[in-house]
Ligand binder design. Sequence first.
Ligand code: SAM
Length: 266
Amino acid sequence: MFDSYNRRINYLRISVTDRCNLRCTYCMPAEGITLMPHSDILSFEEIMEVVDAALAQGVDKIRITGGEPLVRKDIITLIQMISSRPGIQDLGMTTNGQLLEKYAQSLKDAGLHRVNVSLDTLNPETYCQVTRGGDIDKVLKGIEASVNAGLAPVKINCVIVKSSSEPDAVEVAEFGKKLGLQVRFIRQMDLEKGEFYIVDGGSGGDCSTCNRLRLTANGMIKPCLFNDMEYNIREHGAHKALQLALGNKPSCGTINKHGEFYNIGG
Ligand code: SAM
């Protein structure tokens, strides 16, 4: 499908939960967030309605995100449901890696193609501080398990303050090189202030080539991360909500006053 600016839209990012087992300083407040009521969170059947409508309209790339997707109950079943649909060229997941060692092989067996793992530093203390309690050993074991399971290519998402020459980023780059993993540097953004940047080593943030739509855990199709617009699938139905998002996708991001990374999926 093509939007009004003739960009081919073939990528759907699905946030399966607003819950997360970390509290990264740049993503969530220390005290946590007001969680969506369970009744607002889409069931797997509702998510599949959106997946089917999106595939019918030309989407062939899907990424599962969150919150932390691996804390969603029965996530493996959802991956199986999605991967069983014909026409998906690329099925990925973005995860903080805390539970990845446990799930990597089951994710692969369920049909997931690949994972992006968030890792901003290799220093265990800094990692624990930035994530407010995360255990870096679990991430490193999760990365190893993903490589062994064949969730290839395993990529690293590294959030930087300003530049990829910051010491933590340099260490993450060296780690990636040693293990043959691609590292993407994501400059810290502020949606409310309209501060967003092109991802170094990735495709995000470049409005002129944007190919994505997003589904939030509570059923909103968002045409743009950097904009408040959203269309409720429970109100419009999946097909129409996707069409509305496609037709109203802005040429360029501006400001998102209400959305946050943890409920849109980064
Ligand atoms: N919990 C998963 C994880 O940590 O990878 C998936 C969701 S997380 C919101 C997705 C991505 O958003 C992560 O790579 C994270 O680093 C990024 N992110 C979160 N807040 C951000 C911010 N303020 N600026 C830039 N990237 C951000």
